[in-house]
Design a protein around this ligand. Structure first.
Ligand code: SAH
Ligand code: SF4
Length: 369
């Protein structure tokens, strides 16, 4: 079993069963989540016999790193992990600095990913995009993960381990993860319990202590889970992948639209906003001629009117299995303007890591294979 799959009460119970004093559980917990140890030998404050027992009973590291790729500007890294049963998942780290401080792409400062921060770290972010499933069952046609199909759910520990892997690397250069987005492979709400357990474990004050407000969960729009999430009132940010303004248009690119109508999704969002007081983000992959016209933008603005929300639009990233093209910059700007003139805030997201297939929807577990 993977040690990261345990929460603190379970670990405490287990150690009590082993006849260990109660403080040992906390020592292990701190080793894992404060000191970021990932091998039994690092737990030098534990007796050798206990270290041996832990090593015998648990896996400390669930992944083999198959390969990693850095973008040419050096600010995006995608790592391909192999799970013990052979499945592949990916996690992407994006380093953002204050744009004024960023050296130009291709400059010597940008040649190395590690050890060299973007010059000046004012407002710098280290955003980590992690996977929640190997593959995905939702089948969105424009998404490489969807094109792959569903392999399996990740355990809570496998989700947490992706964060700790990068946290260790960043620690070596005196940096840390500042934001986590659950936007890698998989549909987080399809793996609800494990995802929430992972979030709670990362959030644990006595452990990694990562603020829920710095975590964003993105869903294809599973209505019952949006409502459950609203009731649980976590401080995690919620993003909904909408991509279309009419049900039939949505169904043409997202099979899940057969199950949940846009009206039901928006109602669930209203419920979420009422329960939490938090703003919802709607994600919109701008596909040329499909959902990037001013007419679509105007309809979208009308549907979202009065909702505490924000639209995050991103020109479509290319994937092997979908012929759709990214909206032009001009169309994207026009889309944004139309929404904003109607009172709906909108940002056009920077595309990151496209040339290493690390952009949104490009994760197919296939780098270097
Ligand atoms: N399953 C979740 C989270 C992972 S996908 C979801 O669908 O929300 C993360 C985001 O990338 C989603 O908004 C998804 O719609 C978007 N996406 C998928 N394929 C894309 C592509 N080819 N280009 C741009 N965005 C894409
Ligand atoms: Fe799954 Fe999200 Fe890709 Fe759709 S966009 S197939 S829900 S990972």
């Amino acid at each position: 079993m993977l040690l990261y799959d345990l929460d603190l009460p379970s670990l405490t119970n287990l150690l009590a069963q082993w006849g260990e004093p109660a403080y040992r559980a906390r020592q292990i917990w701190e080793g894992l989540y404060l000191h970021l140890y990932d091998s039994p030998a690092q737990f030098t404050n534990l007796p050798i016999s206990l270290r041996a027992k832990l090593a015998e009973e648990f896996t400390f590291n669930p992944f083999t790193v198959k390969t990693f790729l850095d973008s040419s500007d050096g600010f995006t890294r995608k790592t391909l992990f192999q799970l013990p049963d052979g499945h592949l998942i990916e996690a992407v780290l994006m380093r953002y600095g204050d744009p004024a401080d960023m050296p130009p792409s291709g400059s010597p400062q940008n040649q190395r990913f590690w050890g060299e921060s973007p010059k000046g770290t004012r407002g710098a972010r280290r955003t980590l995009c992690i996977s929640t499933q190997a593959g995905c069952a939702m089948g969105c046609v424009f998404c490489a993960t969807g094109q792959l199909g569903f392999k399996r759910h990740l355990t809570s520990g496998e989700i947490v381990a992706q964060v700790l892997y990068y946290a260790r690397m960043l620690k070596d250069v005196n940096e840390s993860v500042t934001n986590i987005v659950l936007m890698g492979m998989g549909e987080p709400f399809h793996n609800y319990d494990n995802v929430m357990a992972a979030i709670d474990r990362l959030n644990d004050k006595d452990g990694y202590n990562f603020g829920a407000r710095r975590i964003t969960l993105s869903t294809v729009g599973l209505v019952p889970q949006i409502r459950r999430f609203a009731d649980e009132k976590r401080q995690v940010n919620l993003a909904i992948s909408l991509h279309a303004v009419e049900d039939d248009e949505r169904l043409a690119i997202m099979p899940v639209a057969k199950r949940y109508k846009i009206d039901e999704i928006l109602d669930a969002c209203r419920y979420y906003i009422a329960q939490t007081g938090r703003r919802v983000t709607f994600e919109w992959a701008l596909i040329s001629g499909v959902n990037d016209t001013p007419e679509v933008a105007a309809k979208l603005a009308a549907r979202l009117k009065g909702l505490l929300c924000h639209v995050n639009a991103i020109p479509l990233n290319p994937t092997a299995g979908y012929a759709g093209q990214a909206a032009s910059r001009q169309r994207a700007e026009r889309f944004k303007q139309t929404l904003e003139q109607a009172g709906i805030p909108c940002t056009i997201r920077m595309r990151r890591g496209i040339e290493i297939q690390a952009g949104c929807g490009q994760l197919a577990g296939a780098v270097g294979l």
